[in-house]
Design a protein around this ligand. Structure first.
Ligand code: SIN
Ligand code: CO
Length: 382
């Protein structure tokens, strides 16, 4: 298994959200968890978001998948990019494991690109932090300073920035990692055929948060407290909205956000939603009844959480957790179990043992399995 050789705490202190850096050999020796053929196979799937970016005769082109024919592509200047590969391929999801000191809600997905010499997506800016792990092959990467840069449409579906003065200009070799915080322009092209694994982190902006909060209020029929003004005095300036009025209206809005439970419930539902489709199998393929759970678990070395599944819990809501956009009530006595399920992506039967004497908790564990949120190691190999 690939192993990260990096002092993550020191990295966080010096670089996280501050400046880009090259982490030489941080994932060396590195073995590709997927082959280019398997990646191309994923890109044939309807549920998987993929893009093909080409650069020919000075022109960029971007097409959206699914793709099942690559015969028109030459031997250089193209890249296939596949999003959320961690949702489908467990060894890819395992690449995130050493980074789990960063919380579940910040992780977006693992995007993989396969590029042939000269292939890349051109100079651009991302709104997320990214660790780009260099798999097989090598790529040259240039990263500029985060001075404001205008974005433009190079071709529909591809936003670019103009060329920039690099503060980093390197050739990444297998096992190297390039970390780029949001807003730093970058451009990477393949020197040889190359596989790159981008672990992306999302940080919502105020617009994202307010619009999602407003949707949540409508859905929950919450936020019905109306403005009142029993102390109103007459005015000689009917056109004026006074400072007091402004403050009262703002306070009315803020009071909703200060409702710890409501606010946490909204955050739980929104932050636990995956942006890309999950590989949830139809329930009948799983159905495990409580009596079968313990023997099934005992026959396994390990249990795995579904790749890309987001599991969260909040101090203000100790009796529930949030999984895949849903609020799950925790049965009595299940708090430690819920934390374990939310904090782990792999479990052994020994870790579950303390909970298996309680039939309600056994039933609850079954529920997680039957939803497809966890699966047995033996099912992973099929
Ligand atoms: C790529 O792998 O070509 C794109 C990754 C990125 O620039 O974010
Ligand atoms: Co980028």
């Amino acid at each position: 298994m690939n192993k990260l050789n990096l002092d993550l705490a020191a990295f966080m202190q010096e670089y996280w959200q501050k400046k880009p850096t090259v982490l030489r050999g941080a994932y060396a020796p590195f073995v590709d968890p997927i082959t280019p053929d398997e990646l191309a196979g994923l890109a044939t799937e309807e549920q998987v978001e993929s893009r093909l970016v080409t650069f020919n005769d000075g022109k960029w082109k971007a097409a959206h998948g699914p793709f099942d024919d690559y015969s028109q592509l030459g031997e250089s200047h193209w890249a296939l990019l596949v999003q959320a590969t961690d949702h489908w391929i467990k060894p890819v999801a395992d690449l995130i494991t050493p980074f789990r000191g960063l919380p579940n809600w910040r992780i977006d997905d693992v995007m993989i690109s396969y590029s042939v010499p000269g292939g890349g997506v051109g100079p651009h800016i991302d709104q997320y932090d990214v660790f780009i792990i260099q798999g097989s092959g090598s790529r040259r990467w240039r990263v500029g300073a985060n001075t404001p840069a205008e974005q433009f449409v190079a071709t529909p579906g591809l936003l670019h920035v103009n060329q920039f003065e690099p503060i980093i200009d390197v050739e990444l070799q297998t096992g190297d990692i390039l970390y780029i915080p949001p807003g730093f322009p970058h451009d990477g092209y393949a020197i040889t055929e190359a596989m790159s694994y981008s672990i992306g982190y999302r940080a919502p902006n105020q617009q994202d948060l307010f619009s999602s909060f407003a949707d949540f209020l409508l859905q929950e029929d919450a936020g019905q407290t109306r403005y009142t003004d029993p102390q109103r005095q007459l005015t000689t300036e009917p056109g004026l909205v006074t400072e007091q009025d402004v403050n009262d209206l703002r306070t009315l809005m803020q009071s909703l956000m200060q409702d710890e439970q409501l606010f946490s419930k909204w955050l739980g539902t929104t932050l636990s939603q995956a942006k890309h489709e999950l590989n949830i199998l139809p329930p009948q393929e799983w159905d495990l009844i409580p009596d079968e759970l313990i023997p099934a678990l005992e026959a396994e070395d390990e249990l795995y959480r579904l790749g890309g599944l987001r599991c969260l819990y909040f101090p203000a809501l100790p009796d529930c957790c949030f999984v895949n956009g849903e609020q799950l009530m925790i049965p009595e006595g299940g708090h430690e179990l819920a934390k374990l399920m939310c904090n782990s992506t792999t479990l052994t039967i020994n870790e579950l043992h303390p909970f298996l004497d309680d039939p309600t908790l056994v039933e609850w564990i079954c529920y997680w399995f039957n939803q497809g949120y966890w699966y047995l190691a033996s099912d992973a190999e099929e």
